[in-house]
Write a protein that binds this ligand. Structure first.
Ligand code: ADP
Length: 470
């Protein structure tokens, strides 16, 4: 592995997680070992000291009972048998000169003559005598005996140090497998923890942008990774929807712009061939403006539909009085309806208030109303009704017009679909797609029922809690 790849690898989360796991595991094991070592050494030292103090007490009581002879007899008897941990016993006179040391050959490593010069009047203190050639220590505690004798009992740290040395060796050999287990365990934990993330990475790498397909597998663990995978899939779905929406919009724009653009070009060509005839030129320019207006309008509506369908339409909710909104739209169409000889009826209870985007909902109502007037012949009736039912606001627009055939009815929501085989009315076939998009962007529904020759009813239902103080 090159140095560059090694540096890159050391920056990966996988490596860092493994390093953290392993370090914490190994560090905890080391900490545990040192704590055990400390307590073990502490206990051994305490045991040694206790043994010394017991002996000191025993000898003191012997001295009290039988004087120095009783002590010497006990010493000779007791210390002649070999012990696992021999005790150092020294009896001195009142000037601290050595009277006797039991088994002096055992203590030749220590310069016991130093004790002659030490002040040993305090009971139960600890004096340490270092060995001459090694790092063992003779720990001695003195006691004053009556009748001008003193006694010092001690123990060498040799036994303790050997036991601790063995403990350290065992610890060292245990640490090797613990170290290996820590590294393997850390790598395994990091591998299994990051498996779902690797799966997400694989999925993202294999995503086919053109087909906008692919899903991250959802694990059953129900943890944060599952949540991330679910969120990721939701995001993918949203992106797919956006891509599809954009693709459809582009297809539609390309398809629908072709006709007006061709017309526009033909007219311009004709005008160029008109040999500067002012009437023909004026006519061509007027038609050109008309065509470009309709192209611009179509582009605007297509963009709005795309935004609504892909869920990115900006919905500016605020509290709106529905009857005021409907009255305002009805006012705009009153004149057209009258012109066409259509009876226009409005029935809305006053002061129904609901949180909606008044511009967008107004646009939707206006589109349906426009169709109703457009597809209703003279003498027909167009009605708008608003109703509040529980937590729903219903807006119903009814006409007694030409109606929609059962084949056309499911298709009227499609972009650029224009029903009626011999359609004579002007239109782009985009109005109802936009209406549906706007209503769904408000989490509402719209349904249409119609009977050819009798008329159509469009019902918008919007969720929310309309406030009706009356
Ligand atoms: P258009 O611009 O053609 O009106 P829309 O999307 O608004 O486009 O409507 C799609 C089609 O649905 C229309 O072409 C028409 O055939 C049918 N339609 C919509 N509203 C009515 C209605 N009130 N009465 C009869 N037909 C209707």
């Amino acid at each position: 592995m090159s140095l560059k790849r090694l540096i890159k690898f050391s920056k990966t989360i996988g490596f860092r997680v493994a390093a953290w796991y392993s370090s914490i595991f190994i560090f905890s094991a080391l900490l545990l070992f040192f704590a055990a070592y400390y307590f073990f050494s502490f206990t051994l030292k305490n045991q040694d000291h206790e043994e010394v103090l017991l002996e000191l007490d025993h000898i003191s009581s012997l001295y009290k009972a039988g004087g120095i002879n009783a002590v010497t007899n006990f010493m000779v008897k007791n210390h002649s048998s070999p012990r696992t941990k021999p005790l150092f016993v020294r009896i001195s006179d009142k000037t601290n000169r050595t009277c006797s040391i039991i088994s002096p050959e055992l203590w030749k490593d220590f310069d016991t003559s130093k004790l002659d010069k030490l002040f040993l009047d305090d009971d139960r203190i600890w004096i340490q005598l270092s060995a001459i050639e090694n790092d063992y220590v003779l720990e001695i505690s003195p006691a004053r005996l009556a009748r001008n004798h003193r006694i010092q009992v001690g123990i060498s740290s040799e036994g303790r140090k050997k036991t601790l040395h063995g403990f350290r060796n065992v610890g060292f050999f245990i640490m090797i497998p613990i170290f290996i287990i820590g590294l393997i365990g850390g790598s395994f934990l990091s591998y299994s923890t990051l498996r779902p993330i690797r799966s997400i990475i694989r999925t993202v790498r294999s995503l086919d942008i053109k087909k906008a397909s692919g899903k991250v597998p959802i694990t059953e663990t129900g943890d944060e990774i599952t949540e991330l995978a679910i969120l990721f899939n939701t995001m993918l779905d949203n992106i797919n929807r956006l891509i599809r929406g954009m693709k459809n919009s582009l297809d539609n724009v390309a398809h629908d712009l072709r006709t007006p653009m061709t017309k526009f070009r033909n007219r311009t060509e004709m005008a160029l061939r008109a040999n500067n005839d002012p009437d023909l030129l004026k006519d061509a320019l007027e038609k050109g403006v008309e065509e470009s207006n309709s192209i611009l309008k179509m582009l605007d509506i297509l963009m709005d539909i795309s935004e609504a369908e892909t869920g990115i339409m900006n919905i500016n909710r605020h509290l709106v009085d529905v009857s005021v909104l409907i009255d305002k739209i009805a006012d705009m169409y009153q004149y057209v309806a009258e012109e066409k000889g259509i009876i226009f009826k409005i029935s809305t209870p006053i002061n129904i208030q609901i949180e909606i985007d008044s511009d967008r909902i107004g646009q939707a109502i206006a589109n349906i109303l426009d169709n109703a007037i457009k597809y209703t012949p003279s003498g027909g009736i167009v009605t708008i009704e608003a109703q509040q039912i529980k937590n729903e606001l219903l807006i119903k627009i009814q006409d007694t017009g030409v109606g929609i055939s059962s084949e056309d009815l499911p298709m009227i929501w499609e972009r650029l679909y224009r029903g009626g085989k011999n359609q004579t009315e002007k239109g782009l076939g985009l109005g109802l797609s936009l209406v549906k998009g706007i209503i769904e962007a408000h989490n509402g529904r719209i349904i249409a029922i119609s009977e050819p020759g009798k008329g159509s009813t469009f019902t918008i239902s919007l969720p929310g809690r309309p406030l009706n103080p009356s």
